[in-house]
Design a protein around this ligand. Structure first.
Ligand SMILES: *Cc1c(COP(=O)(O)O)cnc(C)c1O
Length: 553
């Protein structure tokens, strides 16, 4: 870093790139170098001069000797033993300086604004992260979510004062059940993984109610998202892998062979993480049901089939929907997630509380006290309140503004865009399941065919220099050096063409063994980092070097 407490120091000569000298400030044109806030502002200066506090009534005014001397030179009034009396906190008064950096308002605003410019987001450019569905969040969603009747409500308000908000939850629930062809939906889970847990807990409650709680195995395909086995283990199950076929789908025969009285159920992602539709889903569901188990479907990839396939028709018992993927609500640091779970008829009695019900035109929240016998099997609740109101409002806005035809077109365009990428690049990059036919909403490539010593990470780093966020790397695990690209339907053909040209160029450099690619990115604020060290030994706490230096004296 180039900025220290006194402002800046010249950058070291080795920071030069080629024949162009590095700037003395460390800044790259109008992209400004940014230090930690503790390195910019020091604890001994202040951006704001407060008048010294006057003593509380009855404690001899003037005793604390408020000072007008420059900040940093005067003793803090509450720190001097005499000044203690100024505070009614007694022995809770601070005895040492707080150590916060003293910055003025413009310095503070600039610090955070500069940091925000180093953040990459969907509002800046194409975000090809596979499995994440980084689509544009229409601004109409934001406008609706900010209506005070939705944004300013409190979860403990009397229900007759929040009828509109409850109607939004109820309507969204209706459309999620309709789009999936299921019986009911639990709206409260707060993310995909949380939804998985909700679904597995309902399965566990249903098995226990049938006296089959001894079933302790959940079968999970090799290509599953890491959250699936984690969820099953978290809920107390043992996880067993089911292999994938050479064409990237679940090995149905192997799965059927493993079914039995110890198997609680399966967790299958459809479309799967190789970007392929599991064609045997109905057959798998029937076999699992016949063996007394339940079928959990990871519905994070619903964007590929929304409006075209109803998971309920495939025999699925529970499935989470990522509102922050399929229904465009912000995610990835942009906002909280929301993972409603739809249930089959068989699992509905075990679904969590609360839920919204329309009773003769009045929307009510069905809670433990009001659930009655019909929901006596409910496994309990996932969260304190009712879920993410802002995400519900955005998702319902998205669904209503698209309509049935619009949602169908979403999945068609998402699949078309992914196939355009797959077929535009499968002459340059290895596409392991390319011969299996068209993909769904994401295109999968591998590192096969790159020059010796080159791998997926080099391609990802090269893409950063081209101004693209990298695709998902090394996932799914069933493909060596996987690169999973999910364009979503919200990218234009021009954007896809630019990405394809960039990826093609970087891939050709990796195939030719271009050594400059091994040290990419060259144009980013930081060059290639030791990511293993950063992950294993993260430095998360700033330590003031000054006391350390003093101690050494
Ligand atoms: C995103 C995703 C999840 C997890 O969803 P979160 O909301 O991040 O918890 C699970 N499975 C698949 C296939 C996903 O893509």
């Amino acid at each position: 870093m180039s900025i220290n407490q006194s402002g800046w120091r010249p950058t070291s000569p080795e920071a030069n790139t080629g024949n162009v000298p590095a700037s003395v400030t460390g800044n790259k044109a109008l992209m400004l170098e940014e230090a930690l806030i503790f390195e910019i502002g020091d604890a001994h200066s202040t951006g704001v001069d407060f008048a010294a506090p006057s003593p509380p009534r009855g404690e001899g005014r003037g005793e604390g000797k408020p000072s007008n001397a420059a900040p940093g030179t005067a003793p803090h009034p509450t720190l001097s033993p005499k000044g203690r009396g100024l505070s009614r906190l007694g022995n809770l008064s601070r005895t040492a300086p707080i150590g916060l950096p003293g910055l003025s308002e413009p310095e503070t605003v600039r610090h955070y604004t500069r940091l925000s410019r180093q953040n990459y987001g969907i509002d800046l450019g194409f975000f090809p992260l596979g499995s994440c569905t980084m689509k544009h969040n229409p601004r109409l969603n934001e406008k609706m979510a900010r209506l005070p009747g939705f944004s300013d409500v409190h979860p403990l308000q009397p229900v007759d004062t929040v009828q509109g908000a409850l109607e939004v939850i109820h309507q969204l629930a209706h459309w999620l059940v309709t789009l999936t062809g299921m019986t009911s939906v639990a709206m409260s889970p707060k993310a995909g993984a949380h939804g998985e847990l909700c679904g597995i807990l309902a399965i566990r409650a249903a098995l226990e109610a049938k006296g089959e709680g001894a079933r302790k195995i959940i079968l999970v395909p090799e290509s599953a998202h890491g959250t699936n086995p984690a969820t099953a283990a978290f809920a107390g199950y043992s996880v067993e892998d089911i292999p994938a076929t050479a064409e990237g789908r679940v090995d149905t025969a192997a799965l059927k062979a493993r079914l039995g009285p110890d198997v609680a159920g399966v967790m299958i992602t459809n479309p799967n993480t190789c970007g392929l539709f599991e064609r045997d889903m109905r057959e798998i569901s029937d076999a699992v049901h016949a063996a007394g188990g339940f079928v959990y479907c990871d519905g994070a990839n619903f964007n590929a089939i929304v409006g075209r396939v109803r998971p309920g028709d495939l025999g699925i018992d529970a499935m989470h929907i990522n509102l922050h993927k399929t229904f465009s609500t912000p995610h990835g640091g942009g906002g909280p997630g929301s993972g409603p779970v739809v249930f089959s008829e068989a699992l509905t009695p075990y679904a969590p509380l609360p839920f919204v019900e329309n009773q003769d035109g009045q929307f009510v929240l069905v809670e433990e006290e009001t659930a009655g016998e019909h929901h006596a099997g409910s496994f309990g609740r996932m969260v304190a309140f009712h879920g993410q109101m802002g995400m519900f409002t955005r998702a319902l806005t998205y669904i209503l503004s698209h309509g049935a035809d619009g949602l169908r077109q979403v999945s068609e365009d998402a699949v078309l865009n992914a196939n355009y990428i797959l077929r535009s690049l499968d002459d340059t990059l290895d596409a392991p399941f390319g011969p299996s036919g068209p993909c769904m909403h994401e295109a999968l490539f591998s590192d096969s065919g790159l020059a010796a010593g080159f791998s997926t990470i080099d391609i990802a780093k090269g893409l950063i220099d081209e101004g693209f966020h990298p695709m998902t790397m090394y996932f799914p695990l069933v493909v060596h050096g996987a690169m999973l690209v999910e364009p979503t339907e919200t990218e234009s053909k021009a954007a896809l063409d630019q990405f394809i040209a960039a990826l093609r160029s970087v891939a050709e450099r990796a195939k030719a063994g271009d050594p400059s690619l091994k040290t990419a990115p060259h144009f980013a604020p930081r060059a290639r980092l030791d990511e293993t060290l950063a992950a294993r030994k993260p430095v998360l706490v700033w330590k003031d070097p000054a006391p350390l230096a003093q101690a050494a004296e």
